[in-house]
Design a binder for this molecule. Structure first.
Ligand code: FES
Length: 68
């Protein structure tokens, strides 16, 4: 589990907070969209699974907000 200030994609210098922000602001719902916005995962790719995990958390949060 990442903390907000942890670097998730070291190559693009993206923290969890950066990724969450772009997902929320642009209402992204796929890894490809995140990649288009941030270039995350375009160098070594080791961060892809972590970003997908953060995306899942956000989608889950969005779903539960929508239903409440
Ligand atoms: S850590 Fe994200 S591309 Fe290398």
């Amino acid at each position: 589990m990442f903390e907000s200030n942890d670097f998730v994609c070291r190559h693009m210098q993206l923290t969890k907070a950066d990724i969450v922000r772009v997902i929320r602001q642009k209402k992204l719902s796929s890894f490809t969209e995140i990649q288009d916005e941030t270039d995350a995962g375009t160098i070594c790719g080791t961060c892809v699974a972590d970003i997908e995990e953060i995306l899942e958390e956000e989608l889950e949060r969005r779903r539960s907000n929508a239903s409440s």
